[in-house]
Design a protein around this ligand. Sequence first.
Ligand SMILES: Nc1ncnc2c1ncn2[C@@H]1O[C@H](COP(=O)(O)OP(=O)(O)O)[C@@H](O)[C@H]1O
Ligand SMILES: [Mg+2]
Length: 325
Amino acid sequence: MITASGVEVRVGSRLLMEDVSFRVGPGDRVGLVGRNGAGKTTLTRILAGEGEPAAGTVGRTGDVGYLPQDPRTGDLDVLGRDRILSARGLDEVIRGMRRAEEAMAQGEGDVREQAMARYSRLEAAFTARGGYAAEAEAASVASSLGLPDRVLGQPLRTLSGGQRRRIELARILFSGASTLLLDEPTNHLDADSVVWLRDHLRSYAGGLVIISHDVNLIETVVNKVFYLDANRQVLDVYNMGWKAYLAQREADERRRHRERANTEKKAAALMAQADKMRPRRPRRWRRRTWPAVPSGCSPASRGSGSPTRSPGCASPPRRRAAARR
Ligand SMILES: Nc1ncnc2c1ncn2[C@@H]1O[C@H](COP(=O)(O)OP(=O)(O)O)[C@@H](O)[C@H]1O
Ligand SMILES: [Mg+2]
């Protein structure tokens, strides 16, 4: 479960959102939406514990599986399969079992005995973590995401960026984490894999926060929508599915628009009233609204119609025209 209380997020000194509070528990499948640059990725990093809020707190209980938007570089010599299995600590156990097997085959006497004892211990740990069924499950998740066995047997270094990202997604889905944070999970997925992911997530029983441009995926999977409003720097929580959210948000925006228009109308009326009540300035000052006064023109001479006007001190055009008539 993830709990955010009074969270404020900034990049540098720029405020992205403030006073954000929500809870994502088992069965909550949240679509986090908002325009590009609103701060979805930044907020998700904070929820995953990879960043700190400027204010407020984020609490996590249970394991969190986080797929960041940008790829990471870890140990690139690891095999794809081992990277996925590492999510449940199975990679270490399997490697230990392989070493014990070699020692049993090659060793004699005590060495062989010790290797056999080690193998039994490791096999018990392997079984406790789901064992062969888990290994098959990992391979099945990977295959559904377009990663065949051949690819799983290769080190990450030899895989494309898209394949590595799919390995990370497979690892998170295989991990059994109680909360998933998926930032644009369909990037680098083919159409079949997207369909599989959609079906996998729609029945996910843990907590889920998903960011995606794939409206179909969001619509199918989520039962809550968090809308990050970049203009108001707030997160609006909609405890409803996608269609209901769209209707509700439109109604909310219409209401806010009406409220803004009313406030502006009231402000304009107040200002007009204040204008009327403002004491009138003396006539000669009120008239002085023309541009630049040429040097040598005294306020008294300009525009006063005085016959003693200095040369070059023109009257405004309207007055001159009137004088000609
Ligand atoms: N490391 C960074 N340094 C400076 N600005 C950043 C950094 N990361 C993100 N930003 C800015 O923070 C804002 C939010 O970015 P981001 O969280 O990626 O938005 P979203 O995921 O909603 O598109 C953007 O305006 C982005 O330019
Ligand atoms: Mg983003």
